[in-house]
Design a protein around this ligand. Sequence first.
Ligand SMILES: *Cc1c(COP(=O)(O)O)cnc(C)c1O
Length: 338
Amino acid sequence: MKIDLRSDTVTKPSKEMLDAMYLAPVGDDVFEEDPTVIELENTSANIFGKEAGIFCPSGTMSNQIAIRLHTQPGSEVVCDKLSHIYNYEGGGIAVNSLSSVKLLAGAGGRFTADDVLKSIQPDDIHAPITSLVSIENTSNKGGGCCYDLKEIEKIAAVCKDKNLPLHLDGARIFNALIAKNESGTEHGKHLDTISICLSKGLGAPIGSVLLGSKEHIHKARRIRKVLGGGMRQVGGIAAAGLYALKNNVDRIVEDHNRAKELANVLKTCSFVKGLLPVETNILVFDLNDDVKQVDFLQKLKEKEILAVGFGPQRVRFVTHLDFEDSQMDKLTRVLKEY
Ligand SMILES: *Cc1c(COP(=O)(O)O)cnc(C)c1O
């Protein structure tokens, strides 16, 4: 029995999802004539109370489009030092937007409104122009922790006051909404643009949607084309995303419950030095000094259990919809016997 906890991106489409993909009506999306893509964009926008959406092949592309759309060359993007847009998008802020970053040292990837206020550059020709604030919810490197909605409200107020747009990297926003029992519209009203991922906890094979005002999304279509992301009869893959939004959101709670159970197991394991608080589907833990990370990962691999290193001595497990109770039982046994 193989167990893959490297990421929640490893899920395979179910029979029902594949049926939905097969049956989807399609058209040329560059002409905005693919009915399934349009339905996915509108459905996603409605969940967050935004006017419009644009389907993108990856979360990286939808984040990068948002950054390009809100910045100008020589800008500075305010983000956390743990953020995906800074660490895991190939330096895209520099490449695609000719901009730099102001890195904040938040708690578990979450900074405060006060941090934002202090980070804004003065109107001085020596300084880059602060152009965008970007938050990540849940925070991947922060161990899947969630923002407090009140803090988002405060950050949005600072942004509004300083005339700065606020972007959300919401690759796992549905995990946050389920964990906190909050709605997309409660979050959406504070955010100018939102990038959501369909291929993480929701279990679709591909896709992300960037959400915002009609004006922002109109501009985004041009940027997506420039980046080579204009797609044609992609209703088939949009259908997987639509299926995921309709069927795979509420069940995320199961992933969270399994992650909490796993956390309880890890806390009893002698090889664990420490574990970040588990709020959603990500577990990040540090190994004791006498257990080498490579050896630990190799031993798990021999038992057909896959996980990834997440820094020196640090390991990440991510639960997802293809991780079921029988696998949970095996993993628990292996960890307890380690
Ligand atoms: C996965 C992820 C993305 C987007 O990644 P893609 O693989 O390009 O879809 C963006 N932000 C966070 C926090 C992520 O975990």
